[in-house]
Design a protein around this ligand. Structure first.
Ligand code: GLU
Length: 289
């Protein structure tokens, strides 16, 4: 997989500051995009949710990404693309796969099971995902354009991934359920389905609970060495094949070489151990510990 051309993307929502989980996902995608010169990273601002997105959060997201030196090849925000999503929705209406419903547009399950609509997919980390009748029913009747004219997350994501030729979607396990709802659009528009890898979510070391936005807000990464942070987040959901002392320190150049060839992304949730971050911080700041 290292030598293939990968088109990957990361899609932060500007509902708050860029938090550690998104930075982790961004770093993983960046490492994949840096496997070779042909691969590309798309940074997409997921601001379709008009009630939760804040314009004022967009610049801080770019600023944070800049601090970590994670360059991208293409960037755009979804709110600039509403006309495109509407055009794709109109096509589905025209083809009889969607219809107007109280000002919204939703898929209509008239095509049913009998047209080989297979929504099964395979996660590169956790394997086969089978679509149940309930999941199929939800996917095949989902709203795609809301009555305020904005597209839903699943529709906009799938359209953007499809039109940009994304080959590999890497994101948190919280999106496994959404994947069925996105794959239906690849089927309806007859486009190749990208690889999907869902990595474990970050969780609190003492309670084991999923990291909340509040936990992330309380964690001020700006006081740590940038490379220490990257080394720390690398180990949240990825481990080297040879997980011993020789691989304690993996700066970004080494991480690019090892990410696909000598390690694996993982699905179990990852405990955020700030003592480890302190340890990396000391190491990268030149302390001999
Ligand atoms: N805005 C979503 C998130 O931050 C993006 C999910 C995706 O990568 O499709 O979780």
């Amino acid at each position: 997989m290292d030598n293939k051309k990968h088109i990957v993307r990361v899609a932060p929502s500007p509902t708050g500051m860029l938090h550690i989980g998104t930075l982790r996902t961004m770093y993983f995608n960046w490492l994949i995009a840096n496997q070779n010169d042909d691969s590309k990273l798309i940074l997409r601002i997921d601001d379709t949710d008009l009630s939760r997105s804040m314009d004022s959060m967009i610049k801080p997201i770019y600023d944070t990404i800049g601090v970590y030196g994670l360059h991208y090849d293409i960037t755009f925000k979804q709110s600039d693309n509403f006309a495109t999503y509407k055009m794709f929705a109109d096509k589905l209406v025209l083809d009889g796969y969607a219809d107007y419903d109280d000002g919204a547009i939703r898929l209509t399950n008239t095509f049913g099971y009998d047209v080989n609509m297979n929504l099964d997919w395979k996660d590169t980390i956790t394997g086969d995902k089978k679509c149940t009748p309930d999941v199929f029913a939800a996917a095949s009747t989902q709203v795609i354009i809301k009555s305020d004219g904005s597209p839903t997350y699943n529709f906009a994501s799938a359209i953007d991934d499809m039109t940009h030729g994304v080959t590999w979607v890497v994101r948190g396990t919280d999106h496994i359920v959404n994947t069925f709802k996105q794959i239906i659009f690849y089927r309806l528009f007859d486009k190749p389905i990208p690889l999907h890898s869902h990595v474990g979510l970050l969780c609190d070391i003492s309670t084991g609970k999923k990291y909340s936005k509040r936990d992330s807000d309380l964690l001020d990464l700006s006081k740590y060495n940038v490379d220490a942070v990257l080394n720390f987040i690398l180990r949240l959901g990825w481990s080297p094949t040879k997980d011993d002392k020789s691989n304690n320190i993996i700066p970004r150049d080494k991480a690019i070489k090892m990410f696909l060839a000598d390690g694996k992304m993982r699905a179990p949730n990852c405990k955020v151990d700030l003592n480890k971050l302190d340890w990396y911080n000391k190491k990268y700041n030149g302390f001999n510990i």
